[in-house]
Design a protein. Structure first.
Length: 198
């Protein structure tokens, strides 16, 4: 047996937008599950996102402290953002987010992992990249951050300390949890499982 999720679909007899949002929509679809009958499911239709595990030469991971209003908390998260530029490939979005949120460019990129954030209630898919060989964006090319991003502070954390904080429940953002644990696992395998980005 191939240990992998299987692509598949079921006939949809009705699909309608219940709420059109600024970034994502809430939709309702009636789905024919065959012998299991017909069901109606409501879910978030999402453009997808990227996150970047940026590691320096000392294996410290860059985390940004950012306020997240729905959970009323300042979370430590890797640079991340939406796939909201039409036609922009995930790697280009990751490069853009690293530059905009962390004022960094990376000379080496790999696809670390991918995940579905909440497949029972959203179609959001995330691409997690590993970025190394880091250097600063020139001062005159830096992005002007706004809203929640304006107050972000950067913290460089040894990867092992980040793993301990994740396992201890002190870091809870999914992009942090998955990215940090994936980077730790990849490092323990000598980085042999990394997928190229091109």
């Amino acid at each position: 047996m191939d240990l992998a999720d299987l692509p598949g679909t079921r006939p949809v007899s009705e699909s309608r937008v219940l709420h059109r949002g600024m970034v994502w929509d809430v939709v309702s679809e009636t789905v024919d599950l065959g012998a299991a009958g017909t069901v109606t499911r409501e879910f978030v239709r999402h453009p997808g996102a990227v996150s970047v595990i940026a590691l320096d030469d000392d294996d410290r991971v860059l985390l940004l402290r950012q306020y997240r209003h729905p959970v009323r908390a300042e979370l430590l998260e890797p640079p991340a953002g939406l796939l909201d530029v039409p036609g922009e490939p995930p790697l280009a979005a990751a490069r853009r987010e690293l530059a905009e949120e962390a004022d960094l460019v990376a000379g080496a990129w790999w696809l670390l992992t991918e995940y579905l954030s909440s497949p029972g209630g959203s179609d959001e898919a995330l691409h997690v990249f590993l970025a190394r060989d880091l250097s600063p964006v020139p001062d005159d090319e830096r992005h002007v951050r706004e809203a929640e991003e304006a107050d972000m502070t950067a913290v460089w954390v040894p990867l092992d300390d980040a793993v301990t904080a994740v396992l201890g429940g002190r870091l809870r953002s999914p992009s942090t949890v998955i990215g940090v644990l994936a980077a730790h696992a990849a490092r323990s395998r000598g980085w042999t499982d990394l997928r190229p980005t091109g």
